[in-house]
Design a protein around this ligand. Structure first.
Ligand SMILES: *Cc1c(COP(=O)(O)O)cnc(C)c1O
Length: 428
């Protein structure tokens, strides 16, 4: 038996990890941890594990187009290191408003008097309720007092805004006269009513909700959290009739036209933009939101503002169907998906003889249009290949069920088909 060799020094082990591409201080941490664990040989594996905790581009082959865990709407945005007019007025040479450019564009897009942006829709609702109703009451239908995406809970947001929730109607049916009764109750000081699109949740059967048009007859402002950010229910940027799966999604233009005083929505769902929240509606109410101290804490930076501006200009140009990745995915004809899937099967069938093209059902995702699917096409392979696919250089995220792996092509950019082929050939 030979005496155990002395463990390598932290420094030399860290230097041996240089090829991992990780910064030296991280290599030192990893090397130290490996030595402390009495297993210096694990350093390379630990470095790899660390690398895999970093944000990494992946191929989304789940068929969930707006996958919250994968960053919702895919978006290309490149920006040079130059200064930009984030808060600068080119006419006066003085300080300007960072909300002016995007504000006017989203107002125009929604058919509203004014608009502003914050970091996400949760922030938008928080700010609107704080600015309009702090210290006062906010009637909400019991059917809309929902939790969305785990941590956005309507009663808690209202409480955090400093307002009081007043429950209206019942879980399944809430009528205009329920709101009227709530607003005129002696002990209620209603500053607004809040209508919330339940997004990822649906009550069916004996149900009734009160429309924005009916709520607009009340004496207090109507704020509608429409959630997904569909700009126009007629979807003028797509050829043909609006896709069937969109029926029932509230849209910004129609909500404003129906009389909502303010609407809020996410920018990274059906809008197809970066993470942000849009507030649009009456100029005096938007102004109150802009003036509230929370507005400063919730404001996005120049990167997001520039991306939002680009998205708005694309919509106004009616180019969303061809220029916004989400809508391009939605609009891809089935035959195009079939051709791509067939080409992938042909490229991998020698390695995976069970590979075949199958009709699948893709989902909009991000809580939009719950329970509805859009026709799609996938490659299905026997066995669970999820881990192998995740371990590829550019990880591929697929789905598995009943010991079959399914890769849906509607959520995949055609340029990534080669990555799917390489990942499937990979370790098999
Ligand atoms: C998604 C959603 C939210 C939360 O939006 P974020 O942009 O994720 O903060 C709030 N309300 C509704 C109705 C939603 O659909």
């Amino acid at each position: 038996m030979t005496a155990p060799s002395r463990p390598p020094s932290v420094d030399s082990l860290a230097r041996s990890l240089n090829s991992s591409g990780l910064p030296h201080p991280i290599c030192v941490d990893v090397a130290r941890a490996a030595i402390e664990a009495g297993d210096p040989d694990s350093a390379a594996r630990r470095a790899d594990e660390f690398r895999r905790t970093l944000l990494t581009p992946v191929v989304n082959a789940t068929g969930v187009l707006l996958h919250t865990n994968l960053g919702r709407a895919p978006l290309a945005h490149h920006q040079d290191a130059s200064a930009q007019t984030v808060e600068f007025n080119l006419d006066t040479g003085q300080r300007g408003s960072r909300q002016a450019a995007v504000g006017q564009l989203y107002a125009r897009l929604c058919g509203a008097e004014a608009a502003m942006v914050v970091n996400n829709n949760a922030a938008a609702v928080l700010l609107v309720v704080a600015a309009l109703a702090a210290g006062k009451d906010v009637p909400v239908s019991r059917g809309e007092s929902v939790e969305i995406g785990g941590s956005f809970r309507v009663p808690e947001v209202i409480e955090q805004s400093g307002a009081r929730l007043v429950d209206v109607g019942t879980t399944n049916r809430t009528r205009l006269r329920d709101y009227e009764a709530a607003i005129t109750r002696a002990n209620v000081d209603a500053a607004m009513v809040l209508k919330v699109h339940p997004s990822n949740y649906r009550v069916e059967g004996f149900v009734e909700e009160t429309s924005i048009a009916d709520l607009a007859t009340l004496d207090v402002p109507v704020v509608a959290d429409i959630g997904s950010g569909l700009i126009d229910a007629t979807v003028p940027w797509m050829k043909g009739a609006p896709p069937a799966w969109l029926a029932g999604e509230p849209a910004a233009v129609q909500a404003i036209a129906d009389g909502a005083d303010l609407i809020t929505f996410s920018a990274d769902k059906l809008l197809g933009g970066p993470q942000a929240g849009i507030i649009a509606g009456r100029a005096d109410l938007v102004e109150r939101c802009l003036q509230h101290p929370l507005a400063r804490a919730l404001r996005p930076g120049g990167l997001v503002l520039a991306a939002l501006q680009r998205i708005a200009l694309i919509y106004l140009d009616r180019q969303a169907g061809t220029e916004i990745p989400f809508w391009k995915m939605v609009g891809t004809p089935l035959v195009a998906l079939e051709e791509r899937a067939a080409a992938v099967v042909e490229a991998i069938v020698a390695v995976h003889p069970s590979a075949r093209v199958e009709r699948t059902e893709a989902l909009p995702g991000a809580g939009s249009a719950p329970g509805v699917t859009m026709p799609s096409v996938g490659v299905v392979i026997d066995g669970d290949l999820l881990e192998q696919l995740r371990r590829h250089d550019t990880p591929v995220i697929a789905r598995s069920r009943d010991d079959r792996t399914s890769l849906d092509f509607r959520s995949v950019d055609p340029a990534d088909d080669v990555t799917i082929v390489a990942a499937l050939r990979g370790g098999a």
